[in-house]
Design a protein around this ligand. Structure first.
Ligand code: SAM
Length: 346
């Protein structure tokens, strides 16, 4: 029988967007049931309706809702009903700040993880702990409230390509104090989402469009990449200093991306980044021209969706990018994203 409820988690402030997005795709088939900040459950209205595993670009995690659990015994009882496949345990906080999750909260998640894992093992439920998370892994999502007194929300989902490998889609990366901007965090989260944080990028070339003041470029240089940055604005002095000390090349072309001399661009681009604060209808055609010229192997694009009207066109923008970007193309709203989504291709 089809499970009657699904759950989704999202960024703080994206709840209304998520509701609109799901309503526009599954009008009448899925209706909101229970809402808390950054968390919505959905009632499946017809038993013969099978929603996709991932419900929305604005949902960081989507899955089958198993309900609220007041005790560890409740968690064990639900987990035992899931069948013979080993379970991968993902414990994460419902509330995640765009600048990261604090150490005390992660500590609380670690304690809860240890307690639940012990209870499951004692009950004979097999756990999958090998890394990395693989296609088809069955994940038990344990979503913790603001205090230990709040009941836990339990769900499960099957890991698919493009889904986040980290519990709740929140890798444990925090923004260092000494980097030029929080774009450092967004880039590191994007790389972690796609597993590209494990790539050896040393000596490779990145083209960073909208590079100032330089948080993302700084992260790329830390990874040993040579970077060509394009921006009309000024770079933070730390970017050049780091490039010097790492012995890599950083060039800054102080021009608008739409005015680039395409024939002068590097030919072997491993990574094309774009974080330009222009609306998608303005920036995507420029991106296409640049990608057609450089044929970058991977793309990390921050697509700004500053109005509800632009948010509601997210799928149209992703489809346009799919026409010129290397496959596969996935989109998500990273933990560190504000009114924007991240599209990765390649
Ligand atoms: C969100 S900031 C980028 C942050 C940057 N990625 C970092 O790592 O610090 C947006 C940038 O886009 C730049 N920008 C706006 N229009 C542009 C254009 N047409 N071409 C290039 N850069 C542009 C702005 O000057 C601004 O520095």
């Amino acid at each position: 029988m089809n499970p009657p409820f699904r759950f989704t988690t999202c960024r703080a402030g994206s709840e209304a967007t998520l509701k609109r997005d799901i309503a526009s795709h599954f009008a009448g088939e899925l209706t909101p049931a229970f809402m808390k900040p950054q968390f919505i459950t959905w009632k499946i209205r017809r038993a013969d309706f099978h929603p996709p595993k991932s419900l929305s670009t604005f949902a960081r995690v989507s899955g089958t809702s198993l309900g609220l659990c007041k005790t560890l015994d409740d968690v064990v009882e639900h987990a035992r009903k899931l069948g013979g496949k080993p379970l991968r345990l993902h414990v994460f906080p419902r509330l995640t700040d765009e600048d990261g999750v604090d150490a005390a909260t992660w500590q609380r998640m670690d304690t809860l993880t240890a307690e639940i894992a012990a209870a499951l093992e004692q009950a004979g439920v097999q756990l999958e702990t090998n890394q990395p998370v693989a296609y088809g892994d069955l994940i038990l999502d344990v979503i913790a409230g603001e205090t230990d007194e709040e009941p836990i929300f339990l769900g499960c989902h099957e890991h698919q390509a493009g889904m986040h490998p980290h519990p709740g889609g929140v890798p444990r990366i925090s923004l260092p104090e000494d980097v030029p901007s929080r774009a450092w965090l967004k880039l590191e989260q994007a790389l972690a989402w796609r597993g590209w944080d494990k790539l050896d990028l040393r000596g490779e070339t990145a083209l960073d469009l909208g590079c100032a003041p330089g948080g993302a470029t700084y992260a790329l240089i830390q990874r040993g990449m040579n970077v060509l940055g394009v921006d009309t604005g000024d770079m933070d002095a730390r970017v050049l200093e780091l490039a010097k000390s790492k012995g890599v090349r950083f060039d800054h072309w102080r021009t608008a991306a739409g005015r680039l001399n395409l024939t002068a661009l590097p030919q072997d681009v491993a990574l094309l980044l774009c974080d330009i604060n222009l609306a998608p209808p303005e920036i995507i055609p420029t991106l296409q021209r640049i990608q057609d010229a450089v044929q970058a192997r991977r793309l990390v694009l921050t697509i700004k969706l500053n109005t509800p009207a632009l948010e509601d066109r997210a799928h149209e923008f992703i489809d346009t990018i799919r026409d010129f970007a290397p496959a596969p193309v996935f989109a998500t709203q990273l933990a560190g994203n504000r009114r924007e989504i991240c599209v990765c291709a390649g």
